[in-house]
Design a protein around this ligand. Sequence first.
Ligand SMILES: Cc1ncc(COP(=O)(O)O)c(C=O)c1O
Length: 418
Amino acid sequence: MHEFRYKRGSLCCEGVSLESIAQRFGTPAYVYSHAALMDGYESLDKAFAPLPHLICYSVKSNSNLAVLRAMAKSGSGFDIVSGGELRRVLRAGASPRKIVFAGVGKTEDEIALAVEKRILFLTVESPAELELIEKVARRRGSVAGIAFRINPGVDPHTHRYITTGAAENKFGLDLGSALEAYNKSLRMKHLLPIAIQMHIGSQITETAPYVRAIRKVRPLLQQLWARGINLRFFDIGGGMGIVYRKERPSTAESFAAAILPELKSLDLHLILEPGRFIAGNAGILLTKVLYVKKGAVKNFVIVDAGMNDLIRPSLYGAYHEILPIRRRRAARMHADIVGPVCESGDFLGLDRTLTRPVAGDLLAVMGAGAYGFTMSSNYNSRRRAAELLVHGKGVDLIRARESSEDLMRGESIPAFLR
Ligand SMILES: Cc1ncc(COP(=O)(O)O)c(C=O)c1O
């Protein structure tokens, strides 16, 4: 459910006006709605209730500690892709038995930490990684739960940068080599194959690619059973799409209605790894207009948030709706909404028609809760934005805006240059 609505002409998050947040905390700032986060999680949890399941919120989409804490408190598990994310979720109070660890390039240290913490399983993405996990677990005298990530070779009909289950992607093992990989893991004393995993891409609005992928993987499960390899978990990854513009993505209910019949005879615990579905529309990027400029062929609305704050428009050509915080009656204008970064590719929205703003006006870049702050950078030595969490009528600062000192932390000038 959307928790950003106009009340008497002023855009609010739950019970708090975004104008008051800008006044108190400045801009640019990410603002998240606790109710919307919970709604995303609970709607999936409820829709999949007929089957034993675990929702592992995908940390990469929004990894603020407060967001992770909210998810952990609601019972969520976590899908992580680095030692950094593992430390974060543990700090937020995650149960290690609800953590799954994917990624094609896990280092030995990261694997050692995961094995030490006894997470539910590591998802193996290559034969070389399998050997390394066995070596690390042997050294520690433990047995590590593993899954193989299977690349089912389906087209999820999404942006090519966020397609991950097609044959040419770097992720996972192809179906043909999976059986041998499971067999091999059985011969390794410090590994326990307990799951199968896939993740076919992101911002997938249809259910059909999931169904196709599950149907492609199912015969493998039967072959595994025939060899006495009884897995406990089927992890179908994340990727469920959301509305940015006019998409009509599946709802939690329609998604579950398509997936549940495919799995019900398998007697496996289902795992889902949603990120965007939970966090995407639970957050906005609040920004202030600095200048309105008339160019030779275009108008520009120059705002104080740039591609370093939200890279999705520049990186994927992603569309984010941009709304005025205060609705006013004024002439409309056609303009590009751009940031202050020294790149022509630094824009938040191109060719938009909007009420002509003036310097100081506030705008909300919608749908920025996932892959917003987590993909932000310090490019142009810009301080990363503050993050705020709204809960009813209250708002908490959950990450302070970086200081100029933060930007130079860890750097030094060598003696020969002094
Ligand atoms: C293995 C894995 N699981 C889950 C996700 C989360 O995807 P989404 O935010 O689209 O649900 C990703 C995203 O890249 C991923 O790589």
